[in-house]
Design a protein around this ligand. Structure first.
Ligand code: ADP
Ligand code: GLC
Length: 472
């Protein structure tokens, strides 16, 4: 089958979080299974763009109301990612350094989607599936069905994968002029509670919708930033497919970011060397358990309660552990985490910012990975951690619930707590410190985790079944 993935992120081209990891891996594994999977994304001004060679495959012109724009589709020449990668260049709109966070993001992503649909509409053949990811591509199913110019695409099946329903791309109806002329009887297919809601539109118009874990799908009907009724109404076409991890990139035996490699058999020594390196760099004590957090410092991840959980742990448990935090996000959380350093030198450190290499070293060298997420559609960090022999300490929600089993349960291997609350986190830390002294148990858990299979193969088969269910 020919599958066109449309996304705002794709690793290693541009990544802000797990969306990038997934779109950089899923097509590769789909191709290994014999599909023809391609990725289309905006052309940001990234290192990957500058360091690779490109061919121009299409030039077109379109408009958002009175604003006419030229767009160019370029294709990476070597196919080194394991799939055809296409970038959409719209001068002045997409060619910026950051992926998100501009005042004109509504215009940027609408322009991107128009260019993608306009380009596909000119293909001689048609793909078997257009697979859109998150709200940045959520208007495409609507455009393929209800924009006059593109209605000949209406018979191409579309799938929407929701990686995060918190972000919906809501814009006022005053922005409706941005869209190519559409059948105004269908305004309800764009609207949610008085606004244009690209994510809601995708849910309504895509042929199938999935989230990135089964549990998250269920949770969205209870709590989804205003879309609860819609998820309930559309539940017939919604499913949950758990993400995999790219086992070729995330392998402690070959990871190019690591100097000290290890396998399940050599994990004890291998992890100790990586831990030493981390502790030397960040002035921590390698004798104590090392608990790390890696991620966006936002409410969803429970980052706002990290500072209090850490200081409470020092107070109630004592200086029996080290913490190392890597992340960026809300400025007040960043500054609280930074100021903790003044009171807890030698046991605590923080790196504010994004650092891919450091994240790999942390997965490899840490004893525990803390994820007190309030919402976690899938979560990749806990799966990376387990592959690197690091015990996840997670809140029982979404994909965390689907991937981590508490070590107190038969066959379990992680630390799981019920609430993103300071007391629950502190208790989890207390259990981690206690477990650390039982070296035999830790070894047993580590081996068990490292041998778990979180590879993409199973999820790819589930996506294939989903696409096949849409065949005309
Ligand atoms: P989300 O997509 O919600 O941020 P995921 O768990 O799916 O969460 O994926 C997060 C990805 O981003 C992982 O690959 C993680 O290692 C990476 N990541 C997050 N923050 C940072 C950071 N500050 N530096 C390096 N990598 C990060
Ligand atoms: C989102 C979610 C995260 C998920 C990722 C990849 O960013 O927040 O839980 O793992 O997408 O699907």
């Amino acid at each position: 089958m020919e599958i066109i993935h449309v996304s705002a992120e794709c690793y290693p081209v541009a990544k802000a979080g797990g969306l990038g990891d997934v779109v950089g891996a899923l097509p590769k594994y789909q191709n290994e299974l014999g599909h023809i999977a391609k990725v289309v994304m905006p052309m940001y001004r990234t290192k990957f763009l500058l360091n690779n060679e490109w061919d121009v495959v299409h030039k077109g012109r379109s408009n958002m109301g009175d604003y006419w724009f030229d767009y160019t589709i370029i294709k990476e020449r070597s196919n080194k990612l394991g799939f055809d990668l296409y970038l959409v260049d719209i001068n002045g709109l997409l060619d910026r350094e950051k992926i998100y966070g501009y005042d004109d993001d509504a215009e940027r992503f609408t322009g991107f989607q128009i260019a993608v649909v306009d380009w596909i509409s000119q293909w001689v053949h048609k793909p078997d599936v257009v697979h859109v990811h998150d709200y940045h591509a959520g208007l495409i199913p609507f455009m393929m069905k209800h924009c006059y110019k593109y209605q000949h695409l209406h018979s191409i099946p579309s799938v929407l994968t929701i990686h995060n329903a918190q972000y919906q791309g809501v814009m006022g109806w005053d922005k409706s002029y941005l869209l190519p002329p559409w059948d105004s009887w269908k305004w309800g297919m764009l609207d949610w509670r008085g606004n244009i809601n690209p994510l809601a539109s995708g849910i309504k118009c895509a042929w199938k919708v999935n989230t990135v874990s089964p549990s998250y799908m269920g949770e969205l009907r209870q709590s989804s930033n205003g879309l609860e009724d819609l998820f309930e109404y559309e539940k017939g076409k919604c499913t949950g497919i758990l993400n995999g991890i790219d086992a070729a990139v995330w392998d402690p035996a070959t990871d190019t970011y690591l100097e000290e490699h290890f396998t399940a058999e050599t994990a004890k020594e291998g992890k100790a060397k990586n831990k030493k390196k981390l502790c030397d760099t960040f002035n921590l004590d390698p004798e104590k358990p090392l608990i790390v957090f890696i991620g966006r410092l936002v409410g969803e991840k429970g980052a706002d309660i990290l500072p209090a959980s850490i200081s409470d742990s020092f107070y109630y448990i004592g200086r029996k552990m080290n913490f190392l935090i890597l992340g960026s996000g809300f400025p007040e959380v960043e500054s609280q985490l930074s100021s903790l350093q003044r009171i807890a030198q030698n046991d605590y450190n923080v790196y504010i910012g994004y650092n891919e290499a450091l994240s790999h070293l942390m997965y490899a060298g840490a004893d525990y990975l803390l994820m007190p997420s309030r919402v976690e559609p899938c979560g990749l960090n806990q799966m990376y951690a387990m592959r690197y022999g690091t015990i996840p300490m997670v809140r029982r929600t979404g994909g965390l619930k689907d991937t981590v089993k508490d070590f107190g349960e038969p066959g379990g291997y992680g630390i799981v707590y019920n609430w993103a609350a300071i007391g629950d986190i502190t208790q989890g830390i207390w259990r981690a410190v206690d477990l650390y002294d039982d070296k035999e148990k830790v070894d047993e858990i580590r081996t068990k985790m490292m041998l778990l299979d979180f590879s993409w193969q199973k999820s790819v088969s589930e996506y294939t079944l989903l696409y096949e269910s849409l065949k005309n």
